[in-house]
Design a protein around this ligand. Structure first.
Ligand code: HEC
Length: 129
């Protein structure tokens, strides 16, 4: 009995570590305002970019985000966006913007915010819904 319970918990925890990111609607809401003021000029209001920058929805969202960890997407934005002020976006703002991008792409908001620690972000992978 103990063994079975332990096995169940192990499987459950492994499963949840690989599950899609959880985020709250408050995060996504803050992220929407930040995105519209700092990102939409290049990546588009509807997350569809014209020209050089990648779109952050549709096929290009899949190409750029699927099978990447949350940690990977976090550092891609933190280290290089927006290009004229790279590295200066506060961590909290990067996470809020990620929540908005996920929500825009149809991922569901819930009760649990995005993880903030690098190790935890590493364990969260973005998969097709
Ligand atoms: C001045 C135009 C401009 C602005 C403003 C801008 N970006 Fe970008 N972004 C680009 C360009 C160009 C690329 C492609 C080249 C690159 O990856 O550096 C890019 C790439 C990206 C990528 C893909 C990076 C990767 O490695 O997969 C993401 C995600 C992204 N931007 C998010 C954002 C976010 C979030 C903001 C707002 C905080 C933002 N960008 C603001 C022009 C811009």
């Amino acid at each position: 009995m103990y063994f079975k319970t332990g096995l169940f918990i192990t499987l459950f925890m492994t499963g949840s570590a690989l599950a899609n990111p959880t985020f709250t609607s408050e995060e996504a809401k803050r992220g929407e305002a930040l995105y519209n003021s700092k990102c939409s000029s290049c990546h588009g209001r509807e997350l569809i970019a014209k020209g050089d920058p990648p779109s952050l929805t549709g096929e290009q969202f899949g190409n750029g985000w699927f099978n990447k960890s949350l940690a990977d997407r976090f550092s891609a934005i933190k280290e290089s966006m927006p290009p004229n002020d790279a590295g200066n976006l506060p961590d909290r703002d990067v996470l809020d913007i990620i929540a908005y991008i996920l929500k825009f792409n149809g991922y569901a908001a819930g009760a649990t915010p995005l993880p903030t620690q690098p190790a935890a972000m590493d364990g969260v992978k973005i998969s097709p819904k």
